[in-house]
Design a protein around this ligand. Structure first.
Ligand code: FES
Length: 108
């Protein structure tokens, strides 16, 4: 079962930027592209770098520790295709950004 959780105010993130959000024990890197919001797990599959502190170039989010790049729309990693990052569905409603998570976190 999945649940939608409210993670941020829409206006809190400018287009072309990303940041870490932590809600109910879940840490996500939230990125805002011209076409909308994208969320990936905040822990880099390499050595756990906080992707939300990385640099966003187009759809590519670069890990702040060693620079691996992840496509925030697909989770794909150019440097190590076998190590994608988990992606989460997002939606915007009434000025808030919501992320779909599995039901194992503390739900609403
Ligand atoms: S921890 Fe992310 S590239 Fe090394």
């Amino acid at each position: 079962m999945s649940v939608w959780i409210d993670v941020a105010e829409e206006s809190s993130l400018q287009v072309g930027h990303c940041r870490t959000v932590e809600v109910r024990g879940l840490r996500l890197a939230l990125a805002r592209l011209p076409v909308g919001f994208y969320a990936v797990a905040d822990a880099c599959p390499h050595r756990g770098g906080a992707l939300g502190a990385g640099c966003l170039e187009g759809t590519k989010l670069h890990c702040p520790l060693h620079g691996w790049g992840f496509d925030v729309q697909t989770g794909a990693c150019d440097e190590r295709p076998e190590k994608p990052v988990r992606t989460y569905l997002t939606r915007v409603e009434d000025g808030r950004v919501w992320v779909q998570c599995d039901g194992s976190i503390n739900s609403i």
